[in-house]
Every structure is written in C-alpha cells, then in structure tokens.
Design a protein around this ligand. Structure first.
Ligand SMILES: [Zn+2]
Ligand SMILES: [Zn+2]
Length: 277
C-alpha cells in the first residue's frame, strides 16, 4: 500500500453542454484534485454515444482520471420510452467501459412524465440490468415507497446484502428508506447537499449508514457543495464532500477516500485504477 487512495466520483454529467467550453480543463482539475476515476452518467438514449466516446477518449490519454460510464434512461424522459426498443439499451450497455445501468428511477418533484410511464420505464430498465448482470444507478426524488416496492420486487430474493445491487444516487430519504435499500444490497450515494447548513436531517440519516456502504458523487454540473453554491459543480469538488463526511464519521479524509473508493470499486466491480498512486 503506497500513499492515500484517490477519490472516485461515482456520478457525473460531463457531457452536459455547460462543460462544452472547457471539458478538458475540468478533467485536468479533477486529476489534480486527486480524483482517479469518474463515472459519467448518461440519462437518455440520445446521450449514450456521447458518454461512451467521452470515456473512450479519456482512457486513451496518458494523464487524467480514468472514465467509465453508465447507460441510463431518466424518469424525466419516460414518455420517450413508449415503443422504445430496449434491446438497443442491452447493446449499448455491453460496452466494456459501461459499468452500470442508470440513472433510472422515479421522480415526482419535477416530473415531466406520468407516474405510470415512469414505472413502466423503470421496470424495463431493471430488466436490462438483470439481463446484463450490471449494477443499477437509482434516481429517487419524493418517490420512496414506489421505488422501494419496485426494487424489492427485483432484488428482494437475491440476498445481495454485500452491496452489489447498485446505488441510490443523491440519497435524500429517511432512515427507513435507507435501511430498506441497504437490506437489498444498495450503496448510498452522497453529494453536495450533505454540506448545506439546512441538511441536518440528511446528515442524521447518513450518520446511521455503515461507512462501508457509502460512495461519493458530485452529480455535476448540479448540486455544488456549499462553498460553490450557485456555480457549476465539477468532479474536483468531491474533496469538499469527502471532508464533510470525515467530520461526520470522525475519520481522516484519507480514510474516507480509501473506504469510499473501495466501496465504489466493489459497487462497479472495478479492478484498482490503472493510475492509482
Ligand atoms: Zn439523478
Ligand atoms: Zn444525475
């Protein structure tokens, strides 16, 4: 073992147009900030190819973080899923740099699609993940009961308590939802909101989650940590989230990096990063 582990950003949207002017610089800052691996999350079929090629080109370079991607179909786009041929999702997600299916899930806050359409899409995408035996990246906003019911119907009998099922990204539920997800073998994704002064209730729930089931994410360009409120978020900000967790769990930042990166490698079934220090 030599030196501290780098951090893994398990949820980024670097294909977002807001990164068009300076994507290379953002990746360079991530590398300089100790981010060794980034999982790019594609949120709809129109974005799958861009995510695949971003990972491919980043991995062809000598420097910078390793990039992987996840093949998703966000509930916001559920109305586009009517008549969609999900065999194309199976094909796209077979790419060797594609480590998961998601983000997929349910959202009743800013939903542009009906609950029925969202549930239908969610189930179809979970079938794809099952067929490929890939972990899932779950988006759940104000839909805890439906999400847990559907996840139980897919993962309930599998006794995957080791965390191989997937991740509840940007976790924002109560302790009962957290426990239900942990029981099914899910990791809990922690991002910028953990640093917000108003997030006391969230921190209370996270304190009760075993540290070996937590992964870090930025969800950039969204959800900047407190020090960057109002600005575009980016993977280099992951250190702020890691330091907040260090305080919450009374561990050193190095320990948080080592544990959460090991968790992310288990979750996405990665070998150690090729440029790990
Ligand atoms: Zn999301
Ligand atoms: Zn996202």
């Amino acid at each position: 073992m030599s030196g501290p582990d780098g951090l893994i950003d398990t949820h980024a949207h670097l294909c977002d147009p807001r990164f068009d002017p300076d994507r290379e610089a953002v990746l360079a800052r991530a590398g300089a900030g100790g981010i060794v691996t980034i999982v790019e999350i594609a949120d709809r079929p129109a974005g799958w190819e861009a995510s695949r090629s971003l990972a491919l080109s980043a991995n062809g370079k000598e420097t910078g973080p390793r990039m992987l991607w996840s093949c998703g179909f966000h509930p916001h786009y559920a109305q586009e899923a009517a008549g969609f041929d999900f065999t194309s999702m199976v094909g796209a997600a077979r790419d060797p740099d594609c480590v998961a299916v998601g983000e997929i899930g349910l959202d009743t806050v800013k939903s542009r699609s009906s609950r029925d359409d969202q549930i239908r899409l969610f189930r179809e995408a979970l079938e794809v993940a099952g067929e490929l035996d890939k972990p899932v990246v779950i988006h759940c906003r104000e839909a805890q009961a439906d999400t847990l019911r559907i996840l139980r119907s897919f993962f309930g009998g599998l006794s995957r308590r080791d965390g191989a099922a997937g991740v509840i990204h940007c976790f924002s539920g109560d302790i009962h939802f957290a426990e239900g997800c942990l029981d099914l073998g899910f990791y809990i994704g922690v991002d910028g909101p953990v640093t917000y002064p108003s997030s006391g209730p969230l921190r209370e729930v996270l304190r009760q989650v075993p540290l070996d089931r937590i992964v870090l994410e930025t969800d950039c360009p969204y959800l900047p940590p407190q020090a960057m409120r109002g600005q575009r978020n980016e993977p280099a900000a992951l250190g702020d989230i890691s330091r907040k967790l260090a305080g919450l769990f009374d561990r050193s930042p190095d320990e948080i990096a080592r544990i959460t990166s090991e968790n992310a490698r288990t979750l996405f079934r990665l070998r150690r990063p090729r440029r790990d220090p």
